[in-house]
Design a protein around this ligand. Structure first.
Ligand SMILES: Cc1ncc(COP(=O)(O)O)c(C=O)c1O
Length: 433
């Protein structure tokens, strides 16, 4: 089937509220490394990696081989039975995760991992209320949509009570109209204000992403998470850090994003890049916290710890260690960042460049003083980059931030190719403004 035929069936049989990128949506057919081909045979360099998920590129031979081996042996078992890949992956992650995070509960999506984290915090603390951040994104269940704080993703009237949202550490559009560092990171203090004024004074948890992914790669200042962690613990809560986008070396230098802030979470959630595209997520915590949940009700997961996804994850981590270590990501990420900053000097449309490692955000504005969001121009840039064979992502409350996040196996050459395409695409769009 070609793109047009697939689109016709998509329109006929899938819910029309599926969000599809591009005026003429792309049907992906196959991939190798950082390259994907659509159903019409067009070739693209992928700088969005299936929403930061194809962490070691497409069809990596090591991952393919391990998955095939596991599928031919055992494709499913549920959490009611043990399996070797499941425990080996848990052991591996205990060695990779920061601090005392040693015990895992695997599920199948980021939404479930965040659900599991909140369930654990509520059952262990005995408190109900949860603080999340404005501009945050947690997924598509009722709880996750309530934790999410961007109107367009809070679909439906049902919202779970007991969830409050503090100000985001969004320096480019500071909610307090201050500037870093003279602000003294005042946004972090808002967490205490929200607890004292809108909750019962005791909370189960605070949940946040180290870099706000769907929010447009909003990156908190260096002091932010330490200040917040102290506040959260003083009010009885656990610190839940959502590493769904930032985990597995994505931000460079470390395996997990929060390590840049030198803070140890009580609970950490992960998904997306964990298994390079196979459905898998994990909620990690300390042995003490995990133990405290015992006897407070039963829980199972049919797809949790799926042997194929766990085997894929073990292979993906091995490939990262060999070809895409956090150090490699930092090095290639710095090269990418320098190139994006050069584009910022050239094109007034680029208001802000932010992020870490291979998670780089570009916020586009019509005017650098008023910071009016250049939402239509982002769409135009999408069409321009697509025509030139580059896939990118977008996000942000105003839909005006580019999310640039290739597979972590990206090299300087891939980055140079992407920068050249972006340069031409920006030149074309800047001319239209
Ligand atoms: C930070 C974060 N948490 C949770 C989720 C939900 O993950 P999933 O779509 O796998 O349910 C996402 C998805 O984009 C995310 O970015």
């Amino acid at each position: 089937m070609n793109n047009a035929e697939i689109l016709e069936k998509q329109r006929q049989y899938l819910w029309p509220n599926h969000v599809l990128y591009y005026t003429e949506p792309i049907a992906l057919d196959h991939g190798a490394g950082l390259t994907v081909w659509d159903a019409d045979g067009n070739r693209y360099l992928d700088f969005f990696a299936g929403i930061l998920t194809s962490s070691v590129g497409y069809a990596h031979p090591k991952v393919t081989e391990r998955v095939q081996e596991q599928v031919s042996k055992l494709a499913h078992c549920s959490t009611l039975y043990m399996n070797e890949s499941h425990v080996l992956l848990a052991e591996k992650l205990a060695a990779m995760a920061p601090g005392k995070l040693q015990t895992s509960y695997f599920t199948a999506s980021g939404t479930e991992a965040d659900e599991t984290a909140v369930m654990l915090a509520q059952s262990v603390t005995g408190y109900q209320e949860v603080i999340a951040l404005r501009h945050g994104y947690s997924g598509r269940s009722a709880l996750a949509r309530s934790l999410t704080a961007q109107a367009v993703w809070r679909v439906g009237p049902t919202q779970i009570p007991g969830i409050k949202h503090a100000l985001a550490p969004y320096c480019y559009r500071c909610p307090l109209k201050l500037s870093y560092p003279s602000c003294g990171v005042a946004c972090a203090e808002d967490v205490e204000d929200v607890i004292r004024t809108t909750t019962t004074g005791k909370i189960a948890a605070f949940l946040a992403e180290p870099i706000m992914g769907v929010g447009g790669f909003i990156t908190a200042p260096p002091e932010y998470f330490q200040i917040v962690a102290d506040i959260v613990h003083r009010y009885g809560g656990l610190l839940i850090i959502d590493e769904v986008q930032t985990g597995f070396g994505r931000t460079g230098d470390y395996w997990f994003g929060i390590e840049h802030w030198g803070v140890e979470p009580d609970i950490m959630t992960m998904a997306k890049g964990i298994a390079g595209g196979f459905p898998l997520s994990n909620t990690m915590t300390t042995p003490e916290i995990a133990q405290a949940a015992v006897g407070k009700g039963l829980t199972i997961s049919t797809f949790g710890g799926n042997p194929v996804s766990c085997a894929a994850s073990l292979a993906v981590i091995e490939v990262m260690e060999e070809e895409a270590s956090p150090q490699h990501v930092a090095e290639v990420g710095n090269h990418f960042r320098a190139g994006l900053e050069r584009l910022q000097e050239k094109y007034p449309l680029i208001g802000d460049v932010r992020g870490k490692g291979l998670m780089q955000g570009v916020e586009m504005v019509l005017d650098r003083k008023t910071k009016e969001p250049a939402t239509k121009e982002v769409n135009a840039l999408f069409e321009q980059t697509r025509q030139r064979g580059l896939l990118i992502g977008k996000g942000g409350l105003y839909g005006n931030s580019l999310r640039l996040a290739p597979p972590l196996t990206a090299t300087r050459d891939h980055v140079d190719e992407a920068l050249e395409i972006l340069d031409h695409a920006f030149a074309a769009v800047q001319e239209m403004v």
